[in-house]
Every structure is written in structure tokens, then in C-alpha cells.
Design a protein around this ligand. Structure first.
Ligand code: NZQ
Ligand code: ZN
Length: 388
């Protein structure tokens, strides 16, 4: 049954091939100094950088740049970005990139006017911002995380081997996001597929919790069916606009706080994946793919009815003449076959994890309580061992 909740999402979206024009509507709302944040250079190769510089100039902005944000952005880079933003006295942070760039921009935005160390304050003590937040806008170039319409910010501390996410409140969401599916055509296939599984994982982390009759679960089944369908088309033809635009829209809705309403939500797959990335720096969606099957097969008995429902409603398993357990397991088998078909990495060894890292990864894995089974340390170790 749905409990009490507040639903509010302040991010304005501009979607489609003309969506970049939305910047001309948004930019006049902010002061002159804009910090343009981007990644390792893909936007310079595909022409996005030039287009944005032109739009910023025609809106009379003074542009300061902060490039080189790496996938899995680090505390060192974050501290550098905060200094740049302070020196530029920025009025707006414009993030142009994928989840890493958007997450990083949010982390800078809540830290510019704050004296505390950002890692300690937000990612260890999980405090909320108590200083003025610099507004963030986002031009999304990579699909998967949902960072374009949420308060999530995931930062990696290499010295401490920790990758931790802080979900900030509505005041730290991007004020606007530009979603042009054509910009995603240049994403390498490895990243595209990783993003597709990130979307699937976000939905499943929210779907596999609770036993009540909840509208969100029906919505998520629809999103999953559309995701599976569009992913297969995009893998065959990455320039299929219809498929790529659907993927972009599903990713946003998978993690913009809508489908979590009334649910406890799990997120254990993400905790395992983040611990793996803390040691390997592997691509986010791939870390999730590598641990998912051992995890789901282990927790299946504790959420049997839901796993059987998932098999029938998402993977078209015929339940006739089968026990719930058989139906549920067949669903996971189909999911696994699909994951292999679209080209996901299915084990940690291929992501650079060595046996010597196992103890550390176990230690870096947070235990969540909202799913069907609260894992023991030994269970975490076994799931990870099975994922190698
Ligand atoms: O750095 P550049 O050169 O731009 O290249 C990037 C990067 O190498 C490339 N890329 C992006 N758009 C492209 C492109 N290449 C060609 N054409 C384009 N249009 O793709 C690579 C990966 O980019 P990244 O931003 O790292 O990918 P993603 O969007 O998957 O973001 C991953 C980060 O987001 C966090 C992850 O943990 C990870 O740190 N997450 C954020 C969440 C949130 N905010 O709610 C939730 C997620 O679960 C996730 O944890
Ligand atoms: Zn994710």
C-alpha cells in the first residue's frame, strides 16, 4: 500500500533534436559567469563543444572551463573544480557530458560556498548542504544514470578505495537538462551497452522490493519492456533515432524519483558495483552487469512471487504447469541470455578485478535493507566470488 510521500521534481527538460535551443531560454535567467564542465574530450570531437560555446557567447556569457572530468570522478578532481568555480565566481555551472560530468557538477555546486571538506561532509557524514548552492544545468551526452533529473552525485576516493553516492534534495537537482538523442549517436558501443544495463539495474533496484500492489511496479514493467525492445534495435543500429530517443527517455524516468514512490527500494547491486569500481575504476554499468546474476539468483527465494511476476510480465515466461520457483528462474535465465546477447561484461575478471582485491571489495560494500534479503558479509563474499 502506498504510504505518505512528497513528490516534487524541479528539473525542466528540453527533449529532441531541437532541444539545444532550450539553452537560449534558460541562460538569460542566470548571471554572466558560466563554468562549462565537461569530460575527456568527446564533446570536442563531435562538435557539441563548438555549438555550446557559440550559444554561450551569443547570450553574452563569460565562459570559464573545467574539462577533464573522468568517468568515476574523483575527490582530487572535485577539489580542483571547487577552486576553479570559486575563482570564477560562477553564476551557473553548465555540465556537458554523461553521468560523471553531471554528478561532478552537482558536487561542485554544493561545495563552492561551503568551508567543509566535501568528501567528509557529503560522502562520509552524509550531511545536507547548508550553504548557497550554485545552480547547475545539464546537456546530456551519454544515457544511463538519470543524473540529468535527479540529485545523485557519486564520487570516488582513490586513497580510501571508496566510491560513494550522495542523493541530494530537490535544491541540488539540475535546474534544466537538454536531452538531444542525436548527441548520443557518437557514444562507443561499450559505453552505450553499459548505460543500457545501468537503466535496467536502476529499475530493478526499485522493482525488487515490497510485496504490496503498487502502481510503480506496473510502470516499471512497462519501462523494462520498452528498454529491452529499444536496446536490441540500438545494438543492431546505433543510429536508429527512435530507439536511441526511447532509451534516453526511459533512463530519465528510471531514476528521477518517480517510480520509487511508495517503495522501500533495494540498491544492493549498486553497492556491490560501486565497491568493485572503487578497486578497478571499471565502467559503472558493467560493474552492475557482472554482479547481478549471482545476486539475483541468491535473493530469489526471499522474493519468489515478485521474481515470478517479473519473469512473466517482463520476459514473457509461460507460468503454466510450473512452480513459482521454476518460472522465476526461467525469467533470470532469459535475462542472462539477453545480457550476453547485447554484449555486457558478465564477470569481474574481465573488468580487471583480481582475487587479491576480493577482501577489500567485500569491505567496501555497503549493506542495504530495503530489498528481499539483508546480506551477511559471508553472502557478499560468495556473490562476489561467483561473479569473478
Ligand atoms: O569523457 P568523455 O571524453 O566525454 O567521454 C565519455 C566517457 O569516457 C564518453 N561519452 C559520453 N558521451 C559521449 C561519449 N563519447 C562519445 N560521444 C558521446 N556523446 O562516455 C564515457 C563514460 O561517461 P560517463 O559520464 O562516465 O558515463 P555515465 O553516464 O555512465 O556516468 C557514470 C557515472 O555516474 C554515476 C556512476 O557511478 C559513474 O560515476 N552514477 C550516477 C547516478 C546518479 N546521478 O543518480 C546513478 C548511477 O547509478 C551511477 O552510480
Ligand atoms: Zn547506476
Amino acid at each position: 500500500m502506498l504510504g505518505n510521500f512528497t513528490y516534487y521534481n524541479p528539473t525542466k527538460l528540453y527533449f529532441g533534436t531541437q532541444s539545444m535551443n532550450g539553452l537560449n531560454e534558460e541562460l538569460p535567467k542566470y548571471g554572466k559567469n558560466v563554468l562549462l564542465v565537461y569530460g575527456g574530450g568527446s564533446i570536442k570531437k563531435n562538435g557539441v563543444y563548438e555549438r555550446i560555446i557559440k550559444i554561450l557567447q551569443s547570450n553574452g556569457k563569460t565562459v570559464y572551463e573545467d574539462g577533464g572530468v573522468m568517468p568515476n570522478p574523483t575527490t582530487d578532481k572535485l577539489r580542483e573544480g571547487i577552486e576553479r568555480a570559486r575563482a570564477a565566481r560562477v553564476d551557473l555551472i553548465l555540465a556537458v557530458g554523461g553521468g560523471s560530468v553531471c554528478d561532478y557538477a552537482k558536487a561542485v555546486s554544493v561545495s563552492v560556498n561551503c568551508a567543509d571538506d566535501p568528501w567528509e561532509k557529503y560522502f562520509i557524514r552524509f550531511e545536507e548542504p547548508d550553504c548557497a548552492i550554485v545552480p547547475v544545468g545539464c546537456v546530456l551526452t551519454m544515457v544511463g544514470t538519470g543524473s540529468e533529473m535527479n540529485g545523485g552525485s557519486v564520487i570516488t576516493n582513490r586513497e580510501q578505495n571508496l566510491k560513494i553516492g550522495h542523493v541530494f534534495g530537490a535544491e541540488a537537482f539540475p535546474k534544466f537538462s537538454v536531452l538531444d538523442p542525436e548527441i548520443t549517436f557518437t557514444i562507443p558501443k561499450y559505453q552505450m551497452v553499459s548505460g543500457i544495463y545501468d537503466i535496467m539495474s536502476h529499475i530493478l533496484e526499485q522493482y525488487f522490493s515490497g510485496t504490496d500492489d503498487n502502481t510503480s511496479d506496473y510502470v516499471m514493467e512497462g519501462l523494462l519492456r520498452s528498454l529491452i525492445h529499444s536496446a536490441e534495435i540500438a545494438v543492431e543500429n546505433p543510429r536508429d533515432y527512435e530507439a536511441r530517443s526511447n532509451l534516453m527517455w526511459i533512463a530519465t524516468w528510471a531514476l528521477n524519483t518517480f517510480v520509487e514512490k511508495g517503495k522501500t527500494t533495494d540498491w544492493e547491486v549498486h553497492m556491490l558495483g560501486q565497491a568493485v569500481a572503487a578497486y578497478t575504476d571499471a565502467t559503472h554499468g558493467m560493474t552492475l552487469a557482472a554482479v547481478s546474476m549471482p545476486y539475483y539468483r541468491r535473493v530469489l527465494p526471499y522474493g519468489l512471487k515478485k521474481f515470478a511476476r517479473y519473469a512473466v510480465n517482463v520476459w514473457n515466461v509461460d507460468p503454466n504447469g510450473k512452480t513459482d520457483e521454476q518460472t522465476a528462474r526461467e525469467g533470470l535465465d532469459r535475462m542472462e541470455a539477453w545480457m550476453k546477447k547485447i554484449g555486457l561484461v558478465m564477470n569481474l575478471t574481465d573488468l580487471g578485478a583480481t582475487p587479491a582485491m576480493l577482501d577489500g571489495i567485500v569491505k567496501s560494500t555497503f549493506v542495504m535493507e530495503g530489498g528481499y534479503k539483508v546480506l551477511t558479509t559471508e553472502e557478499i563474499r560468495e556473490i562476489l566470488r561467483e561473479s569473478y
